[in-house]
Design a protein around this ligand. Structure first.
Ligand code: NDP
Length: 285
């Protein structure tokens, strides 16, 4: 078998074209452009690069981008004051804090200060709790939202399927597991202490991997015909690699999200969808 590779580039392009139209219509109707405020605290290079990528992403769909960069010596109180100000600014629809932040600051305390309606990263406990309870409206973190959307677009059926999610982070693994549970999959969450991970993965009809270890999952971990979502983004000497060894996994799976060109571009599209959703909620739509 050679798996169908699900094209995240193409789907994100289609979605972003729709978001761009929607954002323009919103701007015309309300006289205000959907706006994302991005907070960066400290000198981390990866966070700076991520901020540039988000700015480009915003521009591509007509979302206004506000950069708020605080220095390495910022105090918790100064960072909190900024997050509070953005959360209460009616002209800001989405607020996100880029990781990592300067050492010594408490990220969780800052996240708690984001207005849940503006939490386009889906990291505020109110959004996490509403997702757990499956009580909309809530913001779904962009990466699992994108992975799920790829499966839906590919016509994957969920009900009664055995799903295994490897990784239990708040931003990818846990929300992906909940999204699959709410679609009536029977879900197991695996992590670094899981015993016989290959055996567990082999039981999955739908396998989602969000670990951060290049090419950890091999073809012989895969149930024949399984659907595999690879969230891994690992920069190696051989280039960008997923958490799955693409060639061997594609031999056994029926569908696979490739890296690059799978869940990565979808994350960009879904983040912009969240900003638009936040703007609409603020406008009472
Ligand atoms: P985290 O580091 O927060 O979580 C990693 C998870 O993997 C943890 O739950 C950890 O277990 C588990 N894990 C680590 N090693 C193993 C192992 N050997 N066997 C089984 N489980 C293991 O990472 P994220 O969730 O933030 O990201 C995961 C991957 O997804 C990364 O490659 C990241 O770059 C990528 N990513 C991709 C995005 C995209 O747009 N496609 C966006 C965000 C992330 P434990 O909890 O026990 O420590």
């Amino acid at each position: 078998m050679s798996a169908q590779l699900l094209d995240g580039n193409a789907l994100s392009k289609t979605l972003k074209a729709e978001i761009k139209e929607d954002a323009a219509a919103f701007t015309t109707q309300h006289g205000v452009t959907p706006t994302l405020a991005v907070v960066r605290i400290g000198a981390d290079e990866a966070a700076a690069g991520y901020a540039r990528a988000i700015e480009k992403n915003c521009k591509s769909v007509g979302v206004a981008y506000q950069a708020h960069a605080l220095g390495e010596a910022t105090t918790q109180e100064e960072a909190a004051a900024l997050v509070r100000r953005l959360s209460s600014d009616p002209l800001v629809h989405g607020v996100m804090i880029l990781e990592p932040i300067a050492p010594g600051l408490q990220l969780d305390v800052l996240i708690d200060l984001i207005d849940p309606v503006k939490d386009v990263d889906g990291v505020h406990p109110v959004n996490a709790g509403r997702l757990l309870a499956n009580r909309p409206p809530f913001m779904i973190p962009a990466t699992p939202a994108g992975g799920l959307r790829m499966l839906e677009e590919a016509g994957v059926s969920f009900q009664g399927k055995r799903a295994v999610v490897v990784g239990r982070s708040e931003i990818v693994g846990k929300p992906m597991a909940l999204l699959l549970l709410h679609r009536h999959c029977t879900v197991t969450i695996a992590h670094s202490r899981t015993v016989d991970l290959p055996g567990l993965c082999r039981s999955a009809d739908i396998l989602c991997v969000a670990v951060g270890r290049a090419e950890m999952v091999q073809g012989d971990w895969i149930k024949p015909g399984a659907v595999v979502v690879d969230f891994g983004t690992n920069y190696t000497e051989a280039g960008l690699k997923g958490d799955c060894q693409q060639a061997s996994v594609a031999e056994v799976a029926s569908m696979l999200t490739p890296v690059p060109g799978g869940t990565g571009p979808m994350t960009n599209a879904m983040l912009m969808a969240n900003v638009l959703q936040a703007a609409k909620l603020a406008a009472g739509q």
